[in-house]
Design a protein around this ligand. Structure first.
Ligand code: BES
Ligand code: ZN
Length: 625
């Protein structure tokens, strides 16, 4: 007997979420309607046809081969097939498919035509009675999710979001389709394997690791890391994994994670994933952080020695609700993941570190947002809408400050319009009542009108259409105030005009946010001599804070301040975080120093992840791969 998707999802939710807070509170018929919505949903970045068949559970059996940089695996799925359906469609890109077995019988499968970054549909014949399908395959050198790090400390990590899961696991690679999973993974004996699942805390003798993820997740949250890592507990439900050289520093840096978790639960309800651990990845990780469930992946560049960059942890933790629990239906709805997460991140930061700090962060975001809106308006104004239109484009194009910070300011406007306590009640109920479900922009706007903006006056005050489908930053964008950053701005003015010398300024007393504000707002044409004055007084070039260093290096490039170029080069070769790389390479290109950019890139490129090389290849005018 086949059970329906409705029953499968309801069971998974009941079986695994022990707390009543995250139980969907909707009636069964409302839930059925939700699932019907999901089955109707079209995602132009996936070949999956959920109305025909959906995968509800994955059993992944894999062997990780560092020598050939491949994974050989079998992905076995439990299926829910509609009555008249004849196939299940999986996404794959660059996979070498060896065999497909349906309920014990080998079948003939079909791989459709390849489309850029979308990949190929893998069509497998099934009937409504089919229960499981097993795909045996190997990854190839086109597995863009992977980064293999060689040398003394071999390391492999994956980055699946947005649509790279299909480069290492054939799957229904659409954020609206969720499944539970288990896995058995064989790795070299000296290394530990970790996934977005229940994880080991020490190495096994035989290099075989087993995993379970009992809560249903979308494919973009599938994650694997393999490396010589150790584990340290930092709280009752929190801990860090890092390589031996970084484990002490990581333990210190992230020791406040449990406080953040408690603050987050106090805001928006019970944490649904039991444990929250963080893995420090090699510096080549292309992002700051990735919210893989139960195990955030993070760049080591946030280890500053003074816990000053931990807002990134607040962000990834917040995704445990916004994104991982209530998930954007398609990448056009990305702001529902990221805008909500930045808002939640800010609230965690305020709760744990105080409003002075969160308002400084908000002020920096506002400045970044205004700059980016200006830049995008010149190229593609409709990319400044919260609701995106990414059909036939790489979903990566949507990863701009719009989803993050315009999204944040929209939520902040809602808060300021209805008052904090009403908004908190609304958000908490939103997360609780949509736990383990998908959300698209229209559904959210309907929910908003029914539950928060319930009067004409409130709707007029917010003007939702201007935010969601309108260009730029609406006039009613909230204002952020930071007296401390205002003071930095005044100090910068005084220094630029020669009223103060660098040694008069309170650099050593400044927090990272203040240092960053100062350096990132230096006039573009400031002379190299004046940068030398700053460096002499403050040794900026030797700072251990990578955000401060980044702001410094960008200005150094623009001012042709050659004493910083050695540091620039080592930074670019060592660090693969795209947020730093793009502005630095761009600054070189824009100031007539492309030859230097090309020379550094030539050396650095083999260390970068595909996400970073994709962007840098384009920026530097290289043809891909
Ligand atoms: N989920 C994102 C990273 C992401 C988005 C990867 C889209 C691929 C496609 C993650 O939560 C994130 O937003 N990371 C930010 C950090 C944050 C503090 C803004 C980053 O990596 O910069
Ligand atoms: Zn995020």
């Amino acid at each position: 007997m086949k059970h329906s998707l409705l029953v499968a999802i309801a069971c998974a939710t009941l079986a695994t979420v022990g707390c009543s807070d995250t139980q969907p509170t909707e009636t069964p018929s409302a839930k059925a309607a939700q699932i019907a919505d999901m089955k109707r949903a079209t995602d132009h970045h996936s070949y999956a046809k959920p109305s025909e068949a959906v995968t509800t559970h994955l059993s992944w059996d894999a062997e990780v081969d560092f020598a050939s940089r491949q994974i050989h695996a079998t992905a076995t799925y439990l299926l829910d097939v509609a009555d008249d359906a004849q196939r299940v469609l999986l996404d794959c890109r660059g996979l070498d498919i060896q065999a497909v077995i349906v309920d014990g019988q080998e079948v003939e499968f079909e791989l459709g035509p390849e489309r850029p970054f979308i990949g190929q549909p893998l069509s497998i014949p099934v009937t409504s009675a089919s229960e499981q399908v097993a795909v045996t395959y190997s990854t190839t050198d086109q597995a863009d999710a992977f980064l293999w790090v060689e040398g003394e400390r071999p390391f492999l990590f994956t980055q699946s979001q947005a649509i790279l899961a299909r480069t290492w696991v054939p799957c229904q690679d659409s954020p609206g389709i969720r499944f539970t999973y288990d896995a058995t993974v064989r790795v070299p004996k000296e290394l530990m394997a970790l996934m977005s699942a229940v994880n080991p805390t020490s190495k096994t003798d035989d290099g075989v690791y087993t995993f379970r993820m009992d809560q249903p997740i979308p494919s973009y949250l599938l994650a694997l890391a393999v490396g010589d890592v150790e584990f340290r507990e930092v709280g009752a439900h929190t801990g860090v994994y890092a390589t031996p050289d970084l484990i002490d520093a990581a333990e210190f840096e992230f020791s406040e994670m449990e406080d953040m978790l408690v603050a987050a639960e106090n805001l928006y309800g019970k944490y649904a994933w039991e444990r929250y651990d963080l893995l420090v990845l090699p510096a080549a990780f292309p992002f700051g952080g990735m919210e893989n469930p139960r195990l955030t992946f993070a760049t080591p560049t946030i280890i500053a020695g003074d816990r000053s960059l931990v807002s990134l942890v607040a962000h990834e933790l917040a995704h445990s609700w916004s994104g991982n629990l209530v998930t954007n239906a398609t990448w056009d709805d990305f702001w529902l993941n990221e805008g909500f997460t930045v808002y939640f991140e800010q609230r965690i930061m305020e709760a744990v570190y105080g409003r002075d700090i969160s308002e400084m962060l908000g002020t920096l975001s506002y400045q970044g947002l205004v700059d980016e809106v200006d830049a995008i308006m010149d190229v593609n104004p409709s990319d400044t809408h919260l609701r995106l239109h990414l059909k036939d484009r790489n979903p990566d194009d949507g990863m701009t400050a719009i989803a993050y910070d315009k999204g944040y300011f929209f939520l902040r406007l809602l808060e300021e319009t209805v008052g904090r306590s009403a908004f908190d009640d609304f958000l908490k109920t939103y997360f609780t009542s949509h736990a383990f479900q998908v959300m698209d922009t229209d559904s959210f706007l309907g929910y908003l009108d029914n539950n928060l903006l319930t009067t004409e006056a409130l709707r007029a005050a917010v003007n939702v259409p201007a935010w969601v489908d309108g260009q730029g930053l609406p006039d009613n964008c909230p204002e952020v105030q930071s007296a401390r950053l205002d003071l930095v701005d005044a100090t910068l003015e005084a220094w630029v005009h020669g009223d103060k010398t660098a040694s008069d300024l309170p650099w050593d007393q400044w927090l990272y946010q203040e240092k960053y504000r100062f350096l990132s707002n230096l006039p573009d044409d400031i002379s190299s001599d004046r940068l030398a004055e700053l460096d002499d007084a403050w040794s900026v070039n030797a700072t251990g804070n990578n955000e401060v260093l980044f702001a410094w290096l960008e200005q150094a490039v623009r001012s042709h301040h050659t004493p910083a170029y050695e540091r620039l080069e080592t930074f670019l070769i060592h660090v693969g975080r795209r947020k730093f790389l793009t502005p630095l390479y761009r600054a070189m290109v824009e100031t007539g120093q492309q030859a230097m950019a090309d020379a550094i890139y030539e050396q650095a490129r083999p260390n970068y992840h595909s996400v970073a090389t994709g962007t840098m290849d384009e920026l530097l005018g290289r043809s891909s791969n």
